[in-house]
Design a protein around this ligand. Structure first.
Ligand code: KG4
Ligand code: ZN
Length: 341
């Protein structure tokens, strides 16, 4: 859960992230009920901390932005109830922001923004999707995963290797010491399109881990874990880089923004930099702390929506799933209204 104060859609005055990793770690994954309870407990303090760090009083704030989805509905509803109450109490406008639009905005925060149009690549725990961003509000889906996200594959493989939760960062760290060519894993490219599939790679890694466990009944040697992590990561990164290359070629857009939790991955950053050098395209990542979920990216979109007059009624609903809709700036709501489910 997170709260932030942002000025003019680009300057981050404060960005506070209250991590729930310790809450979910014993279960090896997110437990939705525990997530919403933790939101209830810490939301007020997180918002207060963001205002304090920014040195801004609530009265000075222009508007209140809140994530409306997609995500875990229980957690979204807690944030929504809080934001609506705040908007009602202060009389300030409420802006309902799509989570993915937030990620796409993150590469323009505290950084030298890329010109538009650009290809936006969202690689997070919940999404693996390529978008053509023609303007800030006109965003077209180019292709997404048919099954697991890349982040899910990283987290599952890490869990299978006993690396803790959330596992993506652990794989990243262990892979630095490993041999990327020690194991051969599939690179599912699904023909010429821009769709993804990571479930086969995840299963192939799980089978290789099971085979290693059968050989080493006293536990896997550290070097073998490093090699498995490095080989798995290289396969996933190969797919991500190849699809990004195709998206740039197909759209003819020479700019790529890579956002979401996996944009923090060292090897992905290295390989995307090589792609930039090879193609002459510009490739940009958000600062590390703005790759994983944060509220600064939500506030940045909220600020722009405020300027466009896209204010949400207090009866607006949160939704667990909804696609990012194709829209023209200034023409009504940027999101198709969805229902809580
Ligand atoms: O964007 P995010 O914070 O949440 C979602 O919107 O899903 O992404 C979280 C994902 C998790 O799967 C986490 O393991 C992964 O990002 N992640 C990483 C790294 N840091 C976070 N994966 C690979 N390498 C990293 N350095
Ligand atoms: Zn996210």
């Amino acid at each position: 859960m997170a709260a932030a104060v942002v000025r003019d859609a680009e300057a981050v005055l404060a960005s506070v992230v209250h991590s729930q990793d310790a809450v979910h770690a014993p279960y090896g994954g997110v437990v939705p009920e525990l997530a919403s309870r933790d939101h209830v407990r810490h939301l007020h303090a997180t918002v207060t901390a963001a205002l304090e760090r920014a040195g801004v009083g609530l009265v000075e704030v222009d508007a209140i932005g809140v994530t409306s989805g997609p995500g875990l509905i229980g957690s979204l509803l807690v944030g929504f109830a809080f934001a609506k109450a705040l908007a009602y109490r202060t009389g300030k406008p409420l802006l309902a922001v799509h989570h993915i639009e937030g990620h796409l905005a993150s590469c323009r925060l505290d950084a030298d923004p890329l010109d538009l149009p650009l290809v936006g690549f969202v690689v997070s725990g919940g999404h693996t999707a390529l978008y053509a961003m023609e303007s800030l509000a006109r965003i077209r889906l180019l292709g997404q995963t048919r099954d697991d996200s890349a982040g899910e594959a990283f987290d599952k493989v890490a869990k299978r290797l006993g690396l803790g939760y959330p596992g993506g960062r652990e794989i990243d760290l262990r892979a630095r010491r490993g041999n990327r060519r020690a194991y051969t894993f599939p690179r599912p490219l699904l023909g010429p399109g821009l769709e993804f599939s990571f479930s086969g790679l995840k299963t192939a890694a799980a089978l290789e881990i099971a085979a290693a466990e059968a050989r080493f009944t006293d536990g896997l040697p550290e070097a073998l874990v490093d090699d498995l992590a490095a080989s798995f990561q290289e396969a996933a990164v190969d797919v991500l880089v190849e699809k990004a290359r195709r998206a740039l070629a197909e759209t003819g857009i020479p700019r790529l923004a890579v956002v979401g939790g996996l944009a923090a991955n060292t090897r992905l950053r290295e390989r995307m930099a090589e792609l930039a050098a090879a193609t002459g395209c510009e490739v940009r990542f958000p600062p590390l702390r703005l790759c994983t979920d944060n509220a600064a990216m939500i506030a940045a979109v909220a600020d722009r929506m405020l300027a466009e007059g896209r204010i949400a009624p207090l009866g607006v609903e949160a939704f667990s799933r909804v696609p990012l809709a194709l829209q023209d700036a200034g023409q009504g709501e940027s999101l198709r209204p969805g229902r809580a489910s």
